[in-house]
Write a protein that binds this ligand. Structure first.
Ligand SMILES: Nc1ncnc2c1ncn2[C@@H]1O[C@H](COP(=O)(O)OP(=O)(O)OP(=O)(O)O)[C@@H](O)[C@H]1O
Ligand SMILES: [Mg+2]
Length: 278
């Protein structure tokens, strides 16, 4: 039973302050929906909690069950029960998915699981997610479709059984059946012993997993805390009411999210500019 306390968290990325004082308490059994406009710091919060070194904590603390974990490395946090399903899972050529999962599982066990036990676990989890088993034998995320990558993140969650599950836009790119499979997997862990923080822009997933609480992050701060009624309000009205009712100006995210920029895009733009100039 793990309780997570986030105190006055300030986070900088590339020398720019993104999170400006986040306070949150999460208890087992809670499912927190995290909403907010693009580029306002939701993924930054998850990256900072997980210990991604690019995301520098300049003030504040992260306390897990009374222990200050603010300065622990990613793997230490993972072993203590934190898990992040990434918005854009990366491809790792040369690493077999199943081998990766077995190593990650064994790293948190005193006695390694036998190959038979592991494959039984993997078989159950892939069946639960309606995933073709051969994805487990391929290189980690390499050549996976968008939806397959997302299911694979949830497969990791089922195998590792973490106490605190952070899911970043796990529903993006999923077809209707896949959303149902993923929400069933989440529901199977909503047993009072786990806690969830779930980022999404859409009510559909939230309506399936029934969050106990909801927050809205704007300009790197939590501007509203409430229950699941917040989700339906945002779904119907967008974020305009944050300004009209609470007087909070929503800063325009001027920089494109790193995740949306690729060298390919830049190179194409550069090329077309050269062609036009000629
Ligand atoms: N690794 C990074 N390098 C540079 N800037 C970053 C990095 N990660 C985040 N940022 C910047 O921090 C700001 C917040 O980004 P973040 O990814 O947390 O937004 P978000 O709320 O998750 O948005 P979205 O809903 O689009 O996923 C953005 O301006 C983004 O460009
Ligand atoms: Mg994000």
């Amino acid at each position: 039973m793990k309780e997570l306390l986030i105190e006055n968290l300030h986070v900088e990325v590339e020398n720019k302050e993104i999170l400006k004082g986040i306070d949150l308490t999460l208890k087992p059994g809670q499912t927190l929906a995290i909403l907010g406009p693009n580029g306002h710091g939701k993924s930054t919060l998850f990256n900072a909690l997980m210990g991604n070194p690019k995301y520098k904590i300049t003030q504040g603390k992260i306390i897990l069950d009374g222990e200050d974990i603010t300065n622990l490395s990613v793997d230490e946090r993972s072993k203590k029960g934190l898990f992040l399903a990434m918005q854009n899972p990366c491809e790792v050529p040369g690493v077999i998915n199943a081998e990766f999962l077995r190593s990650a599982l064994n790293a948190r066990k005193e006695k390694p699981v036998s190959l038979y036990q592991f494959y039984k676990l993997l078989d159950n989890a892939t069946k639960k997610l309606n995933m073709p088993f051969d994805l487990a034998n391929r290189n980690l995320n390499e050549g996976f479709s968008g939806g397959e990558k997302k299911r694979n993140e949830i497969l990791q969650m089922l195998i590792l059984n973490p106490d605190i599950c952070m899911l970043d836009e796990i529903d993006s790119g999923l077809d209707v059946d896949a959303i149902n499979d993923v929400s069933n997997a989440i529901k199977s862990l909503q047993d009072g012993n786990h806690c969830f923080m779930v980022i999404s822009h859409y009510a559909r997933l939230f309506n399936l997993i029934n969050p106990t609480d909801a927050i809205i992050i704007v300009n790197g701060k939590i501007v509203l805390k409430g229950d699941s009624s917040l989700i339906n309000r945002v779904d119907k009205e967008g974020y305009e009411f944050i300004k009209s009712e609470y007087g909070i100006e929503i800063e325009k995210s001027t920089e494109k999210s790193m995740n949306q920029v690729s060298i390919g895009v830049c190179a194409t733009k550069e090329m077309s500019k050269n062609i036009h100039e000629k």
